[in-house]
Design a protein around this ligand. Structure first.
Ligand code: FE2
Ligand code: FE2
Length: 416
């Protein structure tokens, strides 16, 4: 279809974009890229993605060049709201019917049409949605996984113009491929969350919500840190993608630590604490494929997330983490500690201090920030703390998005 209508250049461009999508591992990195490319293909000022889960649409990603600059705050990305699958919103209608929609003015939809425009985002943000193109995100088996919306097509002078039938064809073609990539990234995230669920059975403190928060904090702190360092955008994108997943898995090594230690309600004695320190090494042993960038980063973070900037952390320098007999080494310090681990060290401590645990209440936010400031240059890398404080509004948005859920028991009582 596309070949008939458009030049070979466009087809080659589309194929190049699709290929790029398959190199991304993390769901959020993928959604960001899908939206960026969809907006480029249609010259749209803004856009959002909704993903379908449990018969509801979850607002999952947003871009808006008028409201937020690319280097500005990412806090809107972590906004969370849901839409029912019905005609009360354009996205709901598209997800329900699988049809794409072109609207020239969202505020002038004839009442006879079977859908309405949901103005809530415009009302909250002061943005004015005019032209809009919404297409279903489908897998290769035609399953609808969500809805891609691009908003306010821009003409040559930056004025808002309607989307065209050509835009609709291109975006439908793009969305069919993006849907498959999104399905794959969602599966990856689900497998990771199940690994974390297995850890949670052993250590009730390590929840999926904690992992989601630490992953998101780490990805956002890295983004700001790398901009501050002046790293090239391509390198930032690749590392941020891997870092979120790797950060989520920081404590998987706890699965190999005895229940007697993990579930001990009171503090650990010296010997128990030494055993506990080995969760870093045991976790890193799970990621031993040097050809996988994700394994390399996950291994670095699992191994080093308890190292401290001043060298007083653990497990320290160890020649071969796969040897049978291992001793903890002299603590790594400063930039000897990989940047991903320096970032996760801060994200993990910030989250743990603010979370209720069986043996303690959460600390008030002001005290947590005080602790972080006081530990800057001791426990934490000063440049990482700077990046964290610069994006503190995003940190708060993430905290609100991933709240603790009541634990679901995987056990049942058996009657024999
Ligand atoms: Fe840990
Ligand atoms: Fe943790």
């Amino acid at each position: 279809m596309v070949d008939e209508l458009y030049s070979g250049d466009l087809v080659a461009k589309l194929l190049g974009i699709m290929e790029g999508l398959y190199h991304l591992e993390d769901l959020d990195a993928l959604l960001d890229q899908v939206l960026l490319q969809a907006r480029r293909l249609t010259a749209a000022d803004a856009g959002s993605i909704y993903l379908k889960a449990h018969q509801v649409l979850h607002f999952s990603y947003v871009h808006n060049d008028t409201l937020f600059s690319p280097a500005g705050s990412h806090k809107y990305v972590y906004a969370s709201h849901t839409l029912p699958l019905d005609n009360q919103s354009l996205a709901g209608y598209v997800a329900l019917t699988g049809e794409s929609l072109i609207i020239d003015d969202a505020y002038r939809i004839p009442p006879a049409l079977p859908f309405t425009f949901n103005k809530s985002f415009d009302e909250k943000s002061g943005y004015r949605t005019r032209s809009l193109l919404a297409v279903p995100l489908k897998t290769s088996r035609e399953k609808i996984v969500g809805v891609l919306e691009v908003i306010n097509a821009l003409g040559e002078q930056g004025e808002v113009v309607p989307f065209t039938e050509k835009d609709r064809l291109i975006l439908n073609y793009f969305a069919a491929n993006a849907g498959a990539a999104i399905e794959r990234a969602r599966l990856t995230r689900e497998v990771i969350l199940r690994m974390i669920k297995m850890c949670e059975l052993r250590d009730p403190e390590e929840t999926g919500a904690h992992a989601n928060r630490v992953g998101a904090y780490a990805a956002e702190i890295y983004h700001r840190w790398s901009l501050n360092q002046g790293l090239p955008p391509e390198e930032i994108k690749i590392n941020q993608d891997l870092l979120r997943i790797a950060a989520m898995l920081h404590d998987v090594g706890k699965i190999a630590i005895s229940d007697l230690i993990l579930k001990k309600p009171t503090g650990l004695d010296l010997e128990e604490f030494t055993v506990m320190k080995f969760h870093t090494i045991l976790g890193a042993r799970l990621f031993q494929n040097p050809d996988s960038d994700l394994d390399v980063m996950s291994g670095e973070i699992a191994l080093n997330h308890h190292e401290r900037w001043d060298g007083s952390g653990y497990p320290g320098k160890i020649e071969d983490i796969c040897r049978d007999q291992i001793r903890l080494g002299e603590g790594k310090r400063g930039e000897e500690i990989p940047i991903g681990a320096r970032i996760v060290a801060l994200a993990d401590v910030y989250d743990a201090l603010g979370t209720k645990r069986s043996y303690k209440d959460p600390l008030p936010e002001a005290e947590i920030l005080e602790h972080i400031r006081e530990q800057t240059g001791r426990h934490f890398d000063p440049e990482v703390v700077r990046a964290f404080l610069e994006i503190y509004d995003v940190i708060v948005a993430i905290k609100e998005k991933y709240q603790e859920e009541p634990p679901t028991s995987l056990f049942c009582s058996l009657t024999l």
